[in-house]
Design a protein. Structure first.
Length: 204
């Protein structure tokens, strides 16, 4: 088929021409934005994984810190015998960390970056949550996504997609006991009160 015949065929089949142009546009869009689409896909899968931890979750809880301020707790999950605090840290590369050192190190290529040990802040949050909930059965975890690796290991309460206990995922998690349910309801009330106060502040 020569060029003139191809053009004549497209003129006779306009729907085919439109479909071809649309397909070409989609392919070009995907090609030029592949990294963005891939990143969005990974983020969606990651959030889906985190969303399936525990029976229920509370997001962005404002918890008093006892010093006229408050902590913003990114994610709380209700498990069978405890309440879980999950702090997602968006650090990629090689992470060198230990439980008691003041700073952790992120290595990206040949460059290194220091950041404060997140376990210390997490412990402050746990203390405040225990006071507000009336329960000592609150555990905290630092979560890194799959772009982070730990060449020298990590503390037990550091999670990544490969080491979240299956028993904490919703489909395998036993129902919460009465004590944990009561503590959870107190935190839900705290969350609702904080959200209502914020709404009043915005309207004012």
């Amino acid at each position: 088929m020569n060029v003139d015949q191809f053009i004549d065929r497209l003129n006779l089949e306009p729907n085919l021409a439109i479909a071809g142009l649309v397909s070409l546009a989609v392919l070009l869009l995907v090609a030029f934005n592949f990294r963005r689409f891939a990143s969005a896909w990974r983020e969606w899968r990651l959030r889906r994984l985190l969303d399936h931890i525990g029976h229920e979750q509370i997001r962005n809880l404002h918890c008093p810190d006892g010093l006229d301020g408050h902590h913003v707790i990114e994610r709380l999950a209700l498990a069978s015998d405890s309440i879980l605090v999950i702090a997602y840290k968006r650090f990629s590369g090689k992470i060198y960390c230990a439980e008691q050192i003041d700073e952790w190190t992120q290595m990206i290529g040949q460059k290194s970056f220091k950041f404060a040990n997140p376990l210390f802040e997490l412990e402050y949050q746990l203390t405040s949550l225990r006071l507000q909930s009336g329960s000592e059965n609150i555990e905290g975890f630092i979560f890194f996504d799959a772009s982070a690796t730990f060449p020298k290991g990590h503390p037990e309460n550091v999670w990544h997609p490969g080491n979240i206990p299956p028993s904490l995922l919703r489909e395998h998690c036993p129902p919460p006991n009465a004590e944990i349910r009561d503590a959870w309801e107190r935190l839900k009330t705290l969350h609702q009160t904080g959200a209502a106060s914020a709404e009043v502040g915005v309207k004012a």
